[in-house]
Design a protein around this ligand. Structure first.
Ligand code: C2E
Ligand code: MG
Ligand code: MG
Ligand code: MG
Length: 291
């Protein structure tokens, strides 16, 4: 109805009314519903995080994890990040939500350091709005002062699309983050349209090769060439490489052959609740998988 249409028109930043087809109206309604349920969940601190192991290719050892948001809503059921993150991003809710994620990450790192797991690295996703905003550095400084963790154990993941919205601002931010000792990774590498130019512009530590390239390594010769070349390029620039979405032994073998550094994927571990991950680490002193 009218409220929804006006809200959507404002959100589009056009300051005028738009006509909605029934389908568009339904989409706008869904958008608003998700947004209000997300605020509710955030206020109750009822979002959850899962951890997905990252494995060193040469040894099979777990060297860290990526933190992934999970949302189960009483009314909506389980909602996938691919559905709620874009809405959180568009509405600005991603800023307080991202703050909560960063606090949760620092808390986890502090726990790991207290429990003999201080060598593990934790990777966290930053959204485009967090990267563009002013508050990120202040927020991280406050959290560092509060938790006294080793900043080199926290890796901040930025997609190339987010990084390239305003390359000069990103460049300055990444430099400041690096000065504080945080690690920086480019996420979903190869899916943007400016993959190579910024590698020398930005001070980063690692690139994460997008799952889309990894999944067809065995069947698509072009993808195999792209992955091998990306590893070589990264290494010649002094960067390390994480391959995302490794699901098969053949993909694992290929990446090892090409001297990839690390991998993440269902072959090694699915994203899992925090207590399960602690258990996984304890029982996984041995290389994974297979042996
Ligand atoms: P991402 O950062 O690229 O995270 C990797 C995604 O790939 C995760 O999806 C993970 O569950 C999935 N994945 C890992 N290994 C495999 C595999 O072997 N096969 C397949 N098919 N998938 C695999 P998830 O958890 O659904 O998250 C999707 C995206 O949502 C993330 O992509 C990230 O962009 C975003 N996201 C998740 N958590 C956060 C967060 O805390 N903040 C922000 N800003 N974005 C987040
Ligand atoms: Mg998913
Ligand atoms: Mg990521
Ligand atoms: Mg990714």
């Amino acid at each position: 109805h009218a409220d929804t249409a006006m809200y959507a028109a404002k959100r589009e930043g056009r300051g005028n009314f738009q006509f909605f087809s029934p389908a568009m109206n339904a989409a706008a309604h869904e958008h608003l519903l998700l947004e209000s349920r997300m605020w509710n969940t955030l206020e109750r601190e009822a979002f959850e995080v899962h951890l997905q192991a990252q494995v060193e290719l040469a040894t099979g050892r777990v060297i860290g994890a990526e933190l992934l948001l999970r949302w189960h809503d009483d009314e909506l059921g389980t909602v996938e990040p691919s559905r709620f993150i874009p809405i959180a991003e568009e509405s600005g809710l991603i800023l307080p939500l991202g703050d909560w994620v960063l606090a949760r990450a620092m808390q986890l790192l502090a726990e790991w350091q207290a429990n003999g797991l201080g060598a593990l690295r934790l990777a966290v996703n930053l959204s485009a709005r967090q990267v563009a905003g002013e508050a990120l550095l202040e927020r991280l400084d406050a959290l560092l002062a509060q938790h006294r963790i080793d900043p080199s154990r926290l890796e901040l993941e930025i997609t190339e699309t987010a990084a390239m919205r305003d390359p000069e601002t990103t460049r300055a931010l990444l430099r400041q983050l690096r000065d504080r000792g945080f690690k920086l990774a480019i996420d979903d590498f190869g899916t943007g349209y400016s993959s190579l130019a910024y590698l020398k512009l930005f001070s980063i530590d690692r690139i994460k090769i997008d799952r889309g390239f990894v999944q067809d390594i065995e069947t698509n010769p072009n993808d195999a060439v792209i992955v091998a070349a990306t590893i070589a390029l990264a290494h010649s620039l002094g960067l390390t490489v994480v391959a995302e979405g490794v699901e098969t032994e053949a993909q694992y073998g290929f990446l090892r052959d090409k001297r990839g550094d690390e991998a993440q994927g269902f072959l090694f571990a699915r994203p899992m609740p925090v207590p399960e991950f602690a258990e996984f680490i304890r029982t996984r002193a041995q290389p994974v998988p297979g042996s």
